[in-house]
Write a protein that binds this ligand. Structure first.
Ligand code: HEC
Ligand code: HEC
Length: 203
């Protein structure tokens, strides 16, 4: 675990350096694809598919969801030292340009089904059904409008962010998620994250 944290903070230092160099580019929304490559990919991965622990993939997220989250980071309502630093220099048109670009990135591909733990998948599926996750996130968990895509998102990030919603550390744009998680126990969250991350291949 400590090596994960060490490699993450090493990566973060690299990203923040890239960000500093690229800060003047923020104003030029027309170069958003280039800026995404230079600034965002160093953390969020090529074409927005993250290879880094606890950093979410952006690929496949609805642009409306992306813009609300960038707004929350910029205004300091969603707190994360790495992302807050990125978002705080953005203008409204930067927020829109990045979000529109994110909306064009194809979702991360589903992984192979080999080695999937069937017990954990069925426990996760049962919890998702009991708590009606699909009623907002869609039958295939691909999200839409201001609701996040969950399918093929990194499991470690899903688990962390669910814990943050549950503890009240992460405040959503609305209180939908904080309220949804009230009925869930700490022990439920790992199987839920496992299932959601892998859900498309369960169908
Ligand atoms: C230094 C690393 C770093 C860089 C550079 C970075 N991000 Fe992030 N980003 C993060 C982390 C870490 C999170 C997750 C924060 C959390 O857990 O609350 C995140 C979350 C996000 C989210 C919310 C995703 C979700 O599923 O809720 C969006 C949108 C986003 N970043 C967009 C961007 C854009 C656009 C750029 C480039 C302008 C960028 N990020 C650059 C680290 C970074
Ligand atoms: C009433 C609608 C609603 C229901 C029901 C719901 N969600 Fe959400 N969920 C949302 C919205 C809206 C967001 C975006 C958060 C925000 O507003 O900032 C979200 C965000 C999330 C995120 C963050 C994704 C990311 O990329 O950061 C996770 C994880 C999540 N939901 C999991 C779940 C799970 C698991 C369930 C079922 C236990 C569930 N949701 C039920 C509306 C809902």
């Amino acid at each position: 675990m400590s090596s994960v944290i060490a490699s993450l903070s090493q990566r973060a230092a690299h990203c923040v350096a890239a960000l500093w160099l690229c800060a003047p580019l923020f104003a030029q929304a027309q170069n958003v694809a280039e800026q995404f490559k230079t600034v965002c990919q160093s953390c969020h991965g090529e074409a927005g598919v993250s290879q880094t622990a606890l950093i979410p993939s952006l690929a496949g997220q609805p642009s409306f969801y992306a813009v609300t989250q960038l707004f929350l980071f910029r205004e300091g309502r969603r707190a994360n030292s790495l992302m807050t630093a990125v978002a705080k220099g953005m203008s409204d048109s930067d927020l829109r340009a990045y979000s529109e670009y994110i909306g064009t990135l194809p979702p991360p591909p589903a992984q192979s089904m080999d080695g999937l733990n069937a017990d954990r998948m069925s426990r996760g599926a049962k919890l998702a059904q009991e708590h009606r996750c699909a009623s907002c996130h869609g039958a295939d968990f691909s999200g839409g409008k201001q609701v996040a895509r969950l399918a093929t998102q990194r499991e470690d990030y899903l688990l962390q962010t669910l814990r943050e919603f549950q503890s009240g550390k992460r405040l959503g744009y609305t209180t939908a998620m904080n309220e949804t998680l009230v009925g869930l126990k700490d022990d439920d969250l790992p199987d839920l994250a496992y299932y959601l991350s892998n859900a498309p291949r369960a169908k």
